[in-house]
Every structure is written in C-alpha cells, then in structure tokens.
Design a protein around this ligand. Structure first.
Ligand code: PLP
Length: 648
C-alpha cells in the first residue's frame, strides 16, 4: 500500500483505501472520499467507455484558497501594505468549466485571467464582461486588432492591462489608444537576468524569447514621458519559467524585479502592480527535492519570499507597496484532472515456466533455484542476472545440439524473463542499482502493457519533454505487484510509450519500469495518470485520429445525500450517480470518429454516401447480398458515431 509514493505527490487529495482502491478527496482531509475505482467501474458498466478524464472542480477551489491563504498569511506576517490577487493563465487549460470555477471561487479575492492571444482575449472578455473590476492581464504578441479588443475591455469596465512583450507594441498601443480616444493602462514584461535551470528555464535570462531588456524599458518610459503619459505605465511583469524547483531562484528573481519596480517608480511611472508570472511548482514524484519533477519548497515559502523581498525593497526605497499578482497555472490546476484508462493487453508477460521433465531438467532446476533465491541486495541482483544469461546461452547451445526440446527452451526463456522481471521489481522497491544490461537504454526484458490511451492526446509531455506523471493502478493496491512493466499506447508510433515513472517508493530518480499486477482474464485492470490538469489537454494532438476523451465532472453534492460507505453509489431521481457527499455532475462525451474525421475535411455524410454506393455496386456485381450490404452500411454508420478508443 505504500508503493507508488501516493502520500508524497498526492496528499491531501489522493489516498489508498483499506480495500486497496485509490480514493480522491477533492476538499482534502475531512471532506468527501471518492472511491475512484468503484466510480470508474460503475461508469464503465453503465456504458461509458475508457479512457475517462475525471475533473474535480473542488480540488481547484481548494488549491485556490490554499494559494490565496498563503499570500494572505505572508501579507499579515510581513505587515505588507498591499494585497495579493491571482490570475489564471488560460493557456494552461482552456476548459470553460475550469475557468468558470476559478472565476467563481476567486471572485471574492479579486482574481482574474491572463491571456496571450486574440482567441483567449475574446474568451476572457465574454467571461469577465459582466463582472466589472475583474483583472485581465493581456500578454502575448499583439497587433492592432488585439489592442482594439483591449480598449473594448476598458469600456466594459474590465481592469485590463496591456503588457508589452516587445518594444514595437508600444507604438501600436499608442496609435490605437489615440484613435479610440482612451488613456491606456499598460505594463512591461521584463527580461530578468535571473535564470532557472529546469526544462522551462529558457523562458528566463537575457536571451529569453519574451520581454523587454532594460534599455527597452527605459525607452518605453522616455517615450511615455515625452507624451506626458508616464502615469499609464502601471505594472511590471516577469515570468522566469514554469516548475521552478528551487526557492533560491524565486528570491533572486524577486529581488531583481523589486529593484526594477522601484526604479520605474523613481522615473515617474504610475506603478501599482507587480506581476510575478507563473513558476510555482508541484511535486510530481513526491520526493520534495529540487529535481525537475519535484520542488524543495512549499507554497507558503513561495508566498513568503515574494512578499518579503518586495516589502524589503519598498521600505528601503521609501515607495508604496504594490498589489502583487501571480499567474500560477500548474500549481492551481494540475491536481484537478485524473485520466483513468484500462490495460488492453499485456504483451510478453513473464508467465510461469512449465515444470522440467526432459533432458534439460538439471539446467531448468538450477535456473529455478536462481530465481527463487533472489534477494534484495545489489550483489544478489548482479549475480542472478549473470547466472540467468549463462543459463539462457547454455540452453541455446543445448537446443542447437538437439539436447533440449522446444518446450524446455521455451521454459528457459520464461525463467529468464521472470528473473529479469524480479530483479527489476526488487531494484525498484529497494532502490538498488540495476545490472548494466537491465538499464533502461539496453533493457529488453520488462513486460509491455498495452493501454487504451493515446499519450499524444492525453499526456503529450511524457513524449515531448520526458515529463513523469504519477501513474498507478487504482485497485488491487493491497496486492503485491509482480510484473515490472512499461506502457505502450494505442498509436502506431514507437514513441507512443511510457518508460519513465516516478520512483514507486519515493525519491527523485525516475524508475524505468512500473510495478503492476498480472492481468486476470475477464477482469478490467484500471490505471490512472495524475496531475494532468495543465498543458496536457491543450497540447494534445489527434495522432492516429484518437479524439478527445469522455470527461466526467464530479462535485461535492449540494443535495442531501444519505450517508453511506465510501464505495457505495446510488442513482438519484434523474439517474445521476451519487456517492457519499459527491455527485457525478455531468459527463461530456469525447469526440466520435465522425468528429475527428470532419476536422480533416472528411465529411461524414460524404463518406456514408460513398459506402452506400460501394455496397450497392458490390450487390449488383453479386459479391454481396442486399442484407449484407445493409448491415455493412449500418455498421459503418454506428462506428462513425462511436468513440475513437478501444471498446474493451
Ligand atoms: N505566465 C506566463 C507568461 C507563462 O508563460 C506561463 C507558462 O509558462 C505561466 C504564466 C504559467 O506558469 P505555471 O504553469 O508555471 O504557473
């Protein structure tokens, strides 16, 4: 039950029940407990096919309050004379429901949105237009149309700030503002020299793609001064990259940005906001270290350092303390989405070698002793591996001399795989070094579980940047896993695999295999990938035409639900599934084959016409009966309107 380091990366939202099921606690400890396995299996039994993306908006609410609470605490602790407001960077996940949840939950704290393109701006306008005073940070590259839309935001009463990412945007902004008769509110995005070393570190430093260099910021202020408009410059923004793993980087960046801010005040700008971008990390592997998939600080440390660094500089320079804005996406929304999928088949499982009876009896018995005698020490693993290789080679020689039967050779093969599998499991569980030949780059021996999922659609970062996400079975967690496996997805792409996992026992080193259970015939084996709530859905693509997945939204129940055990579900009068304190609010069905085909200009109705014509021709030419032709057209039509994944 301690396997998969659930407490490390998952607390307080994910835990393992006494039954060995993975449970979700959207409100953290003390709130409803959702038995994810029971819920997913029930939905599957009721006809909703895997994979299923579960969304828990209450987790977003919980994290929003956590982040606001950390900043409020820091403001009180350092007697900071300003406040904190968050904005959600919508590029992390454009889901309407998620964004509405953030706006609803954050309204009382003055939260808003951050956008980086015209479509995102249109979306934000429509969402914020009826809530005058909401904050809107307008980042990204801008043309005249973009700026005209921001002017409309001002007219609607939205507190929008145009953040210059490039010097030349100033000219466009000033021209549009003059033409439309408004006094603009603008900010500058600074290229800080502080760098962070993680994958997203290239967003920071002087060579960063975005932002203005100090000389360009000075030029902006001078140009505004010449027009008597320095008061329009009100915000300083920086973003040094996502998933900052070490708090030292935050401190350094804050200190550099705070002095920059103070200089802008001294130059006469109407500064009132500092926007410190995103970067607040989450702990994917639960190791609590500054490894790329983790972080060695808490949310409270982050808030303290942001507030304290800024306060110190403001006190030193005798300037008013600005409103602090952050654009946290990953820290806010990663936990709320869980992708549940089933294993379609396990290729090359170790299997159970038959008992030896023939001439190879001695070899097979000796080999079995090696397997049975394996111990969790580096020395035993090394020795067992070299014995296994020896026996395999001996068996091959004996087969070539006609001494070993095919069945015995197959048994040796199985023993070899079983030994390698056990070595991998013991090494993973006890964090022991693997024999050279079993290292991930050279290892051919782990079992491959084929899973009903496209990583290009649902977890593209596993492929694009070798991101590790926690992945584990959501049941049988009270049973020792016996198979060391890698995962292969449904796409016909050799990159469509996962062979880097978080360490099953904690620690920052990625594991080459995932401990899993043997599949049982006639029984589903359900797995889940966690912390996928940002960047995965927006970056996912339709490789092999696998479309969007079904999405199941689960909320705390507002209606009165009778108390019942956590693994019990009932239906209400409208057929909705209710559990102990929660309800399946609604299901958004994933794309059908017709949907994904239409996206590539293959019209469903034209295809159907073509099929009808082909079937009629086959009937006329005597290759098919008219009943068979009708059945073909019906099957084709039904499939067109079906889910793109496997029906298992
Ligand atoms: N703000 C800007 C300008 C960004 O580019 C990003 C993402 O890289 C974010 C905010 C969100 O960052 P994070 O997800 O690390 O909070």
């Amino acid at each position: 039950r301690k396997l998969y380091a659930v407490d490390g990366w998952g607390a307080p939202y994910f835990a393992v029940s006494d039954q060995g099921h993975l449970c979700v606690k959207p409100e953290g400890d003390g709130g409803p407990v959702i038995d994810l396995f029971t819920l997913a299996s029930t939905l599957k039994d009721e006809g909703l096919e895997m994979p299923l993306l579960f969304r828990f908006p209450d987790i977003v609410n919980h994290r929003l309050h956590l982040l606001q609470g950390c900043f409020d605490k820091a403001v009180a602790r350092y007697e900071y004379q300003g406040s904190y407001r968050g904005v959600f960077p919508v590029k992390c996940n454009h889901d309407r429901e998620l964004i509405s949840t953030i706006l609803d939950c954050g309204a009382k704290f003055g939260w808003g949105l951050e956008v980086g393109s015209k479509p995102e701006l249109l979306m934000a306008m429509s969402l914020l237009g009826q809530a005058p005073g909401s904050l809107l940070i307008c980042n990204g590259y801008k043309d005249q149309d973009y700026i005209e839309l921001v002017v409309q935001c001002w007219r609607l009463g939205i507190e929008a700030v145009v953040v210059l990412e490039q010097f030349k945007e100033l000219g466009v902004l000033l021209r549009v503002a003059q033409r439309m008769g408004v006094r603009p509110v603008l900010g500058v995005r600074a290229k800080l020299s502080t760098r962070h070393e993680g994958h997203w570190g290239s967003t920071s430093g002087e060579k960063a793609k975005f932002g203005l260099r100090p000389r360009e910021i000075v030029a902006v202020v001078r140009q505004l001064a010449a027009l008597g408009m320095t008061d329009c410059l009100q915000l300083l923004h920086f973003h040094i990259g996502s998933q900052i793993t070490n708090i030292r980087v935050v401190k350094e960046a804050m200190s550099e940005a705070a002095y920059l801010y103070a200089e802008l005040v001294d130059m006469g700008a109407g500064m009132r906001v500092i926007d410190c971008g995103g970067g607040l990390g989450i702990d994917y592997d639960g190791s609590n270290t500054d490894a790329p998939a983790s972080l060695s600080y808490t949310m409270q440390n982050y808030a303290n350092d942001v507030v304290c660094s800024l306060r110190d500089v403001c006190l030193e320079r005798g300037i008013p303390m600005p409103t602090i804005v952050s654009e946290s996406g990953r820290a806010l929304a990663s936990h709320h989405a869980v992708m549940v999928f089933d294993a379609a088949a396990a290729g090359a499982q170790p299997g159970r070698p038959a008992r030896a009876v023939g001439k190879g009896r001695f070899l097979l018995c000796s080999f079995r002793e090696v397997l049975d005698g394996l111990e969790a020490t580096a020395c035993s693993l090394r020795e067992a591996y070299s014995d296994a290789v020896y026996f395999k080679e001996e068996a091959l020689r004996a087969f070539k001399l006609g001494v070993l039967s095919l069945e015995e050779r197959a048994a040796v093969d199985l023993l070899f795989d079983a030994t390698c599998n056990r070595i991998l499991l013991l090494a993973a569980a006890a964090k022991l070094p693997l024999p050279e030949a079993l290292q991930p780059s050279t290892r051919p021996h782990s079992a491959t579980y084929h899973v009903n999922l496209s990583i290009f659609r649902s977890a593209p970062d596993t492929w694009a940047i070798e991101q590790v996400f926690p992945i584990l079975p959501i049941h049988r967690l009270d049973e020792e896993p016996t198979v060391a496996a890698t995962l292969a997805d449904l796409t016909c792409d050799s990159d469509g695999k996962i062979d880097r996992f978080i360490s099953p026992v904690g620690g920052s080193e990625a594991a080459p295999v995932l401990p899993l259970h043997e599949l049982r015939s006639g029984e589903s084996y359900l797995l889940a990938m966690f912390l996928t709530g940002v960047y995965q859905e927006v970056m996912g693509s339709a490789h092999n035409m696998f479309g969007s997945t079904h999405c199941v939204v689960v909320r705390a129940a507002e209606c009165c639900v009778p108390p019942m055990p956590d693994d019990t579900l009932i239906h209400d009068g409208e057929g909705k599934i209710l559990g102990n304190g929660f309800v399946v609010d609604h299901v958004l069905r994933g794309e059908t084959m017709a949907d994904v085909l239409t996206r590539c200009q293959h019209s469903g109705s034209d295809m159907l016409l073509a099929m009808r014509a082909a079937a009629s021709a086959a009937v006329l030419e005597g290759r098919m009966s008219s009943e068979a032709a009708e059945a073909l057209v019906q099957t084709f039509t039904r499939q067109m309107h079906s889910y793109t994944y496997l029906s298992l």
